[in-house]
Design a protein around this ligand. Sequence first.
Ligand SMILES: Cc1cc2nc3c(=O)[nH]c(=O)nc-3n(C[C@H](O)[C@H](O)[C@H](O)COP(=O)(O)OP(=O)(O)OC[C@H]3O[C@@H](n4cnc5c(N)ncnc54)[C@H](O)[C@@H]3O)c2cc1C
Length: 419
Amino acid sequence: MNKEVLNTDILVVGAGIAGISTALEAAETGFNVILIEQSPFIGGRVTQLNQYFPKLCPPSCGLEINIKRLRENPLIKLYTLAEVKDITGQKGDFEVKIAIKPTYIKDNCQNIDEIIEKCPYERKNDFDFGLSNTKVIYKAHNNAYPDKYVLDRSSLTEEQLKFLSEAFPEAIDINQKEREIYVKAGSIIWASGWQPYDAKKLDNLGYGKFPNVLTNMELERLFASNGPYGGQPKFNGFNNGILKSVAFVQCAGSRDENHLEYCSSVCCLASIKQSQYIRQLYQDCEIHIYYIDIRTPGVFEEFYNTYTQDEKIYIHRGKVAKVIGNNNGLIVEAEDTLSGKLVQRAHDLVVLAVGMQPDTQKLKLLMPEVLDKNGFVRTDIDTGIIACGVCTRPKDVASTVQESTGAVMRAIHYIKGGN
Ligand SMILES: Cc1cc2nc3c(=O)[nH]c(=O)nc-3n(C[C@H](O)[C@H](O)[C@H](O)COP(=O)(O)OP(=O)(O)OC[C@H]3O[C@@H](n4cnc5c(N)ncnc54)[C@H](O)[C@@H]3O)c2cc1C
């Protein structure tokens, strides 16, 4: 079979806010871009947020305009469900093998919504971190771009798959195959982003043991208007589900040599932002933020000052030792490092502010030498691979966009034969 080879100036891997910004900057400067994304939709983690700081607007306010620019730019070719399999060559002249997975859904199906309605099988919704289910034929979220439906074969037995393909032949094509393309590119920009740190590794903090211990990203989904409860979350148990006291545990697994050594730099801001989600819905609810150091650098000082004025927000300097449960709720035990006393407080909900871990497993397999000890892509030396966004170090959206512009400048430099 003939090799399908595509030529481009820049290959961008990962279509979160970093990859999208990079592709737009490069294409709007006149360069050809191939943008690949492993999931069926673009936008990355930002699409999972309810609102983003500092303006507290919904993610759609920034993403929609970027997606429109991307859709309308003929210099950008987007491939979703696409993964890098191999990289050869060097800067100025790379060849990259990419596998594109099938959706198993026919492009020309006219009645997909009706079929989804009738489909009897469900899967855990990974977009909501398993807090909801979707049918096995699904679109990641309402405004997902591309507007693509996928059949999750991994959630089905062979028998169920056979049943679906016979029941809905107008929609399902189980014979679709993975295909390979080869991209010849002058530069590669790696923008693979991050994963939330696995809270199950923090056994002292009750995650997985008590249903009202959640992570910060789960809280984003619970409050999101396109989340499991349409933005009106329901909580288990105490006070008939009305929250009266919520604890935020900062640095849950961060700045800790047994977990993540580094500070994820956005978690304090995220918790202050999320305290507003709760305060708006539950006006009598107290918020207790347990911290080691509050980090809201630069202009975010104003954000901190604005939102911590609230008389129901209490900020305690103390690392949380453990979260335990009893009939009245959850108990957070912490050492108050200002008074030196061990404190215990009861809360209805505990939110673990877990950090961001670079999503660079794929790159580790292909080019381990470009990663540092924490798995971030190195930017302190020239490895030939240009990277931007959280895969180089933790950062917020504004800093991600700035770094993406810088990455494009370097990519152009390499294409033009520079070092
Ligand atoms: C709880 C929390 C709340 C936050 N709230 C805010 C906020 O309010 N405001 C703010 O400014 N920042 C916030 N942030 C930070 C923000 O989420 C990041 O700055 C942003 O997601 C960085 O975008 P990115 O493109 O680098 O990564 P991502 O959003 O992770 O995107 C990376 C993309 O690459 C894809 N990908 C990964 N590997 C591959 C591969 N091998 N091949 C192809 N594709 C791949 C992924 O599927 C994904 O689509 C928050 C972070 C947390 C933890």
